[in-house]
Design a protein around this ligand. Structure first.
Ligand code: OOB
Length: 556
């Protein structure tokens, strides 16, 4: 082993905020941080569960040994292409089986995945690749009728560091993943890295509140602790069959307990191409799925499909647990899960920055249906405070602050933003309003951050407002959430135009689409107004805007 001070750090220590030494020592002492790393994680599971199925996607069935071999072969191919230890690689992949071999190939190289969501488009990928100074972008040829290959070529042109585009599917004249991974050749052991467990392993993406979404640096030690502990809480074992119904590069289906929790336990991961009831209930029946994770609107769609007949004949008897999280799950919907789907409900309240809460299997039904669970770890510190950080009386709602053994202490290259996103003593300001239920669990009762939660998809208001402000006829813009029975919230854009030719609502929407924004960020409604209501200090009052019942030019 190379001495720690001689080793190449995966990222510049000045660009992120590690845990203070005494806390890192305490987390090791407590047995949370064990020194396990991602490349070693798969190697160890491949030895232990060699012939068991790791990934089942239609006719593609990979055992643990095969996934391990594929990761090595692809690591060798990516190294030949020029991807090296410490390099950042943007992953823009839907739920195809290749996503698992790519993730572990990058870990094997000591390269750092940057997890984009499949719904992201040119605007988001430019931001991610640019901020991470990524050397490669890995995407599919198409997503339905959308040409990802053409988009990737545009991104490559605009990001100086981005040298490679690797395509899963038909590569055209680009590098194709299949050609890179020669499964017949011996993998090259010299390309395999041995990262330090305290190093950053990959980047997750924040939902975004101010400006553009931030990159979240996660380390081997802390993330794998959250994976092992989550698998434990959720009772995963080698008989677990997990349906990846949500995009698996999101934190929830990745680690809460997600596909990593399943690999930890030696179970089977079944990636679903889309979350529709037709696709997913069929996979649950065919693959004998035991657990899956969805956002509230998906849970409601599944229940409606079973109750209203289109999927009524499905045999869902294998399903033991439906995890629901990412956004508020109304109690009346939560109470339907067991009667309609015949499985237990587990609510999950988590965030890509760290903290994850689960209702436990032995919580009373009323607690499971009306609370969002409690933290993974005894060392997760939870504060519920007022606007000036004073604790509120027990049971009252307040801002949730947290720190602990798997909650970041700062974003990547965002020290200025960190000053407001974290307290001086390192608590992360979640932006969520919670109260403590008498059971000890947390109830999410609101949100203080300027974000819209559209069925679990997070939209930073300022990001979309800035896109609107780029329109020459727009003088000012403000995005607020409007309640929606199905998605929980939808977005409503209020726009003040300049003098001169007035744009129509559809022109404004076409303008936003042309800027290459993910579809879920395109406002559901647009209203043209003369002025915004103001707060006492003259800022736009989003609270008053939300209460506005304007219909002028509104898209209903
Ligand atoms: C998960 O992660 P993110 O980073 O996409 O979003 C985090 C935010 C939370 O701060 C909260 O505002 C909201 O999403 N949220 C919930 C919730 N779960 C997340 N709001 C109400 N009820 C819930 N159950 O969304 C995420 C990450 C890991 C596991 C689960 C969800």
């Amino acid at each position: 082993m190379t001495p720690a001070h001689d080793r190449r750090r995966t990222i510049d220590p000045a660009d992120w905020t590690p845990w203070p030494q005494e806390l890192a020592d305490a987390y090791r002492e407590a047995g949370y941080w064990t020194g396990e790393t991602f490349p070693a994680f798969l190697r160890e599971r491949a030895a232990r569960f060699a012939d068991r199925t790791a990934v089942a996607a239609g006719r593609t069935r990979w055992t643990y040994a095969e996934l391990d071999r594929r990761a090595d072969a692809l690591a060798t191919g990516l190294a030949r292409l020029g991807v090296a230890e410490g390099d950042r690689v943007v992953l823009h992949l839907p739920n195809v089986p290749e996503v698992f071999e790519v993730v572990f190939a990058l870990f094997r190289l000591g390269a750092l995945p940057v997890y984009a969501l499949p719904a992201h488009r040119r605007s988001e990928l430019l931001h991610l690749a640019g901020t991470a100074e990524a050397v490669a972008l890995i995407t599919t040829d198409t997503q339905g009728s959308f040409d990802c290959r053409a988009m990737a070529a545009q991104v490559r042109e605009q990001v100086p560091a981005l040298e490679h585009v690797v395509i899963v599917g038909d590569p055209g004249d680009t590098d194709g993943l299949t050609a890179l991974a020669d499964l017949r050749a011996e993998p090259d052991p010299t390309v395999l890295a041995e990262p330090d467990p305290g190093d950053v392993a990959f980047f997750q993406l924040s939902g975004g509140t101010t400006g553009l979404p931030k990159l979240i640096p996660r380390t081997h030690d802390e993330y794998l602790y959250s994976v092992r502990a989550s698998a434990d809480i959720c009772g995963l074992d080698p008989d677990t069959v997990y349906l990846g119904a949500l995009p698996v590069t999101h934190n929830f289906p990745m680690s809460s307990p997600g596909f990593l929790g399943v690999f930890h336990a030696g179970g089977v991961v079944v990636p679903a191409p889309d979350p529709s009831p037709a696709t997913c209930l069929d996979l649950i029946e065919r693959e004998r799925v035991t657990v899956t994770a969805v956002v509230p609107p998906v849970a409601m769609l599944w229940m409606d499909a079973v109750e209203r007949g289109s999927q009524a004949d499905r045999d869902l008897s294998s399903l033991r647990v439906l995890q629901v999280g990412g956004a508020t799950f109304p109690a009346q919907a939560a109470r339907r899960v067991t009667p309609v789907l015949g499985c237990a409900l587990q609510q999950v309240f988590g965030m890509a920055e760290g903290l994850v809460n689960y209702t436990r299997y032995d919580d009373p039904d009323e607690v499971v249906t009306t609370t969002q669970g409690r933290p993974i770890s005894a060392h997760d510190e939870i504060l519920v405070v007022d606007d000036v950080d004073r604790p509120v009386p027990e049971g009252d709602p307040g801002h949730l602050l947290t720190r602990g053994p798997y909650t970041i202490r700062g974003y990547y290259k965002a020290h200025d933003h960190d000053k407001s996103a974290f307290t001086a003593d390192g608590f992360y300001r979640t932006g969520d309003i919670v109260r403590r239920h008498p059971s000890g669990n947390l109830v999410v009762s609101g949100r203080a951050k300027d974000q819209i939660n559209r069925g679990g998809e997070k939209i930073g208001a300022e990001e979309v407002e800035n896109h609107l402000l780029a329109h020459p006829a727009v003088h000012d813009a403000s995005i607020v959430a409007v309640p929606d029975p199905y998605l929980g919230e939808r977005t409503h854009a209020y726009v003040i135009t300049r003098d001169g030719p007035q744009p129509t609502r559809s022109e404004v929407l076409a303008f936003l689409r042309g800027r290459g924004l993910a579809a879920y960020k395109i406002p559901d409604r647009v209203s043209f107004v003369d002025a915004f209501p103001a707060t006492a200090v003259g800022k736009t009052s989003k609270r008053d805007l939300r209460a506005t019942r304007t219909t002028s030019g509104t898209d209903e």
